[in-house]
Design a protein around this ligand. Structure first.
Ligand SMILES: Cc1ncc(C[n+]2csc(CCOP(=O)(O)OP(=O)(O)O)c2C)c(N)n1
Ligand SMILES: [Mg+2]
Length: 533
């Protein structure tokens, strides 16, 4: 007779689990015991880093990804990263150990007293199996549900004494054999209506969001539709992924992230087709019109919540990729003129210290065509979109809920998922501290990730936001002393520090060509943040 332990691992293997991202504690030992040789345990030294790695891995592969955390404390440590994963529609199956069932009523040390409440509202579903024998079925349900649209994290609590219990007779074959899919295309009548609206529009525009990059085929479908209809293409505000090649002549840039600014940027357009994004992911509050005068909006999203809460426009709830493919096939070619060429951003040269925009000016031509950027930095954002080109799907990841501690771990997850593509993590001297433990994982696995730290000695964006809000006298915005060379050394990562353009170029070239482990490039940049140029 097999045990719950055997049945669980049989099921996990059958579900295609190849990696487990985790940080162990005593409550996890029975689950992790006799760990299979053919599954890779990716150790992170803090639960935020564990989930950040798993998040980008899950987003890059599109596969539900298993995470194992340490009871309430480990889950609590991970919450910021889980909030990013939820906003990023990352299909994570997060598990955590739980104390022995026989003691749970007493709330012993390491109990998770309310395990299904703790991860909410960042998970779609949280569960503790009612019996030991239900662990495999609960995990099977978790894997299916995490991946169904809108994808997102789920949570299963695993009492530590469940694993040596006898499993239910009958094995896990029925559970493992199920095929559950959730991608669907919009109804034909809706597609016809949308194709007609698009064809009849005088000056339509396409806005692409993270959901398009996440949907297989979405990236190419966006190109096909944009070319057939000659649509200028913008990225949705603060997009977490890039669903359109940014070296394409129709690419316009990233929309600004406030209500009034979006409508100003899109003035003159009469139809906005927004695919794979909510309407919209705003950041500063600058009230105004949601849309330019006279414009209409149609959104295609697989997230019913996003469709329901949009303040304006129509919405089709369907797979953004499949729906765009279908739309591109039925919409007629247009005789509208092609979008005019974009004027490249002028990036002024700083006299002594680099600006973040100049860093991107230098990075742009050196960035490998198949490169991936994983970032949580807004410093120099406009220059990044202008100079750094993303040419294929899965090339860009940003912290979807704005929680710092993403870039360093997520770069590792992206690299694990796409081992042959160069990965660059970008963060500030403040942001790097929230996910710094990820450096251990990169170093111990000798992963060729490049970590670029923009050091301005402050929480620069917060000072900039303070100016916008006219706040004065806010404490805690300066970072007096952080020795990133010493930190890199402590984690076993080679590092260079520079404030000079020529040295930065050399360091970047070296990092992108070396395949023998991680590099850190510490760049001294001017105080403040460059958002416009
Ligand atoms: C987990 C988390 N805590 C706090 C914040 C608030 N926050 C937003 S930006 C920022 C400062 C970032 O500083 P740095 O990375 O140095 O970038 P800079 O703005 O200086 O370029 C902070 C603390 C956050 N976004 N996430
Ligand atoms: Mg800073």
């Amino acid at each position: 007779m097999s045990t719950v332990h055997q049945a669980t691992w049989e099921l996990l293997r059958a579900l295609g689990v190849r990696k487990v991202f985790g940080n162990p504690g005593s409550t996890e030992l029975p689950f992790l015991a006799d760990f299979p040789d053919d599954i890779d345990y990716v150790l992170g030294l803090h639960e935020g880093a564990v989930v950040g790695m798993a998040d980008a891995y899950a987003q890059s592969t599109g596969e539900p990804t298993l995470v194992n955390l340490h009871t309430a404390a480990g889950l609590g440590n991970a919450m910021g990263a889980i909030i990013n994963a939820a906003a990023g529609h990352s299909p994570l199956v997060i598990t955590a150990g739980q104390q022995v069932r026989a003691m749970l009523t007493l709330e012993p040390l390491l109990a998770n007293p309310d395990p299904t409440a703790l991860p909410k509202p960042a998970v779609k579903w949280a569960f503790e199996p009612p019996r030991a024998q239900d662990v495999p079925a609960a995990l099977a349900r978790a894997f299916r549900y995490a991946g169904l649209p809108p994808a997102g994290p789920v949570f299963v609590s695993l009492p530590m004494d469940d694993f040596d219990q006898p499993a239910d007779e009958g094995g896990t074959d029925l559970l493992a054999a199920r095929r559950v899919t959730g991608r669907s295309v919009a109804a034909r009548a809706e597609l016809d209506r949308l194709a007609q609206r698009l064809a009849a529009a005088r000056n339509p525009v396409l806005v692409v969001g993270a959901g398009l990059d996440a949907a297989p085929g979405g990236f190419d479908a966006a190109v096909a539709l944009a070319e057939r209809q000659r649509l200028p293409v913008w990225l949705a505000p603060e997009t977490a992924r890039v669903g359109f090649p940014t070296d394409h002549p129709y690419f316009r840039g990233s929309l600004p992230s406030a209500i009034a600014w979006v409508s100003e940027s899109l003035a003159g357009h009469d139809l906005l087709l927004v695919v794979g994004a909510p309407i919209f992911q705003y950041y500063p509050y600058a009230p105004g019109n949601y849309l330019p005068a006279g414009a209409e909006l149609v959104a295609i999203t697989d997230d019913p919540g996003a469709a329901a809460r949009a303040p304006v426009g129509d919405a089709l709830v369907a797979d953004p990729g499949l729906t765009l493919v279908a739309l591109a096939e039925i919409v007629p070619p247009t005789n509208r003129p092609a979008p005019r060429p974009r004027v490249p951003l002028k990036i002024p040269r700083a006299a002594d210290t680099l600006t973040a925009s100049q860093v991107y000016d230098i990075l742009g031509p050196l960035f490998p065509p198949e490169g991936i950027v994983v970032t949580e930095s807004m410093n120099g954002g406009a220059a990044m979109w202008d100079r750094v080109k993303f040419r294929q799907s899965g090339s860009f990841f940003f912290c979807a809920a704005g929680a710092l501690g993403f870039a360093l771990p997520a770069a590792i997850g992206a690299q694990l998922a796409q081992p042959n593509r160069p990965v660059l993590a970008v963060t500030g001297d403040g942001g790097a501290q929230y996910g710094i433990q990820a450096l251990y994982t990169a170093a111990s696995r000798r992963m060729p990730v490049t970590f670029l730290i923009l050091v301005n000695g402050e929480y620069g964006i917060l000072k900039g936001f303070g100016d916008y809000l006219s706040t004065t006298g806010v404490p805690g915005l300066d970072l007096d002393y952080l020795n990133y060379e010493a930190l890199a050394k402590g984690y076993g990562i080679r590092a260079v520090r520079t404030g000079r353009p020529d040295e930065l170029a050399v360091a970047l070239k070296e990092a992108f060509t070396a395949a023998d482990g991680p590099h850190m490039i510490i760049v001294d940049v001017q105080p403040g943040v460059q958002l416009e140029h």
